[in-house]
Every structure is written in C-alpha cells, then in structure tokens.
Design a protein around this ligand. Structure first.
Ligand code: C5P
Length: 235
C-alpha cells in the first residue's frame, strides 16, 4: 500500500462552480478527485480539464460498457484528457476489457484502467432480479480474475470482497473501493459498506468517498477527520 492519502473524493454534482470550490477546499485532505457520470454529463471534457490545476490525480469514473471498438475509442479519448484512472464494466467481457487496456496503453502507459465488478449498491436480491445466480462475492471474484487476465490494472469492488481478491490475485492489483461509510454517516443507496480505516486495513488501495464528505455540514472537517482516522494527521 502506498503512503499517500488513499481517499479520492467523489465530486458528484452537475454544478461546476460548486464542484470547483468544493474540490479547492477539500484538496489538502484527500489524495485524488473522482469525477463521474453526473458531472461529466453536465460539463464533459472541458469540465474535467478545469480540475487539472488542483495537482491531484483524477479518476474519471464513466464505467464504459459497450462493444469493444466503441469502448476502446471512449477509453482513448478519456485518457487523452490527462486523467490517471479510467474504468469500464468487467461484465463487458474479455474482448472489451482487452481492447480497453490496449487503448489506454496506446495513449499513456502510466494511466490505470480498472473494471467495475459488481456495483456496491447492489445486494443479493438485486442480483437475483437481474438473473445473477452466484453470490456477490463469487461474481466479484470471477470478474476480478477475468479483469486481471485481460491485462487491466485493477478493479472497483466493495471492501467486503478485498480479502478474497487479494488471496486469489495478490498485491499487485489495484483495489478501488467505494461504499465507504464512516461510523454514523448515512448509507444512502449503498449496500455493501465499510468504514475507511477498516477498508484500508483490509487492503484497499484507494477509498472512493462521496456523500460522507460532500454532503456533510462541514465537508472540509469531514475530509480532515477521515484523513486523521487513516493516520494522516492534519491540523
Ligand atoms: O456518495 P458515495 O460515497 O456513496 O459515492 C460513491 C461513489 O463511488 C459514487 O460516485 C459512485 O458512482 C461510485 N461507485 C460506486 N460503486 C461502484 C463504482 C463506483 O459507488 N461499484
């Protein structure tokens, strides 16, 4: 695990001014910024470029899931924006995953391509509703193995699946973990959650944290408290 702050704050808002001011205030207390579908649908590539000045790595979380040729083109365009991490859905299958990894490497070999396994908002009943019989844990492991075999850098998973993935795939595989909830914060739509320190202890490389910071009465304080709880002591 790296010694840098593992928290990437999820800036989930369509309001560019607010997003920039929030990121500016929180930047000293996090290790990266995550921009996702809500923000990108409103502001596109120019919106992403507006965050370059913070000097923090950006995870562009657009979760591509389409035919290989389309995903390769989308990944290429995303990496060209200068972001550090992009992602696709592992359920897109081997050809799509391989195409995504190759497309990113062609632009910037240092950019990380990771795959979403099973969304952390889905519980067992939700998985059955879409015809997925294996448990979330089994499905996550299957998709993580597929992702690694296709040459990607890691996966998005819940904290509860970290141990099984580490045991099967080792330490050289980036585990990016949303569904992080410090004690006392609201679950919202998340299901498979864990606290920040516990998730880090379990072996998460990156903790994606949105509403526990951005919807807090004092987002700066919330980000600082989380950093402190992870051993990054800040005034
Ligand atoms: O507000 P909260 O902490 O739940 O935000 C989690 C973030 O992580 C959201 O931006 C969501 O899109 C993202 N995410 C997730 N589950 C995944 C992949 C990404 O919650 N499997």
């Amino acid at each position: 695990m790296s010694l840098s702050n593992p928290v990437y704050v999820a800036i989930d808002t369509p309001d560019l001014e607010y997003a920039l001011s929030l990121a500016g205030r929180i930047a000293p207390y996090v290790g990266g910024l995550k921009l996702g579908l809500e923000f990108f649908s409103a502001h596109g590539p120019d919106g992403v470029r507006a965050f370059a000045d913070f000097g923090l790595p950006i995870f562009l979380d657009l979760k591509f899931h389409d035919i290989p040729n389309t995903v390769a083109g989308a990944v290429k365009a995303a990496v060209q924006l200068g972001v550090g991490i992009v992602n696709v859905h592992a359920a897109g299958g081997p050809a799509m995953l391989t195409a995504a990894a190759e497309a990113a490497r062609g632009v910037n070999p240092r950019a990380k391509v990771i795959a979403v396994t099973v969304l952390t908002s889905l519980n067992q009943a939700d998985l059955l509703a879409v015809g997925q019989i294996p448990s979330a844990g089994e499905q996550v492991l299957r998709l993580a193995q597929l992702t690694k075999s296709c040459g990607l850098d890691g996966v998005v998973c819940s904290a509860h699946e970290i141990a099984a993935i580490r045991a099967a795939l080792g330490d050289d595989f980036l585990l990016v973990v949303p569904g992080i909830r410090p004690a006392g914060s609201a679950l919202g739509d998340q299901s498979r959650v864990m606290g920040p320190a516990e998730a880090r202890q379990a072996g998460a490389d990156i903790l994606v944290i949105g509403r526990p910071i951005t919807a807090a009465a004092d987002p700066v304080r919330a980000a600082r408290d989380i950093a402190n709880s992870l051993g990054f002591v800040m005034a």
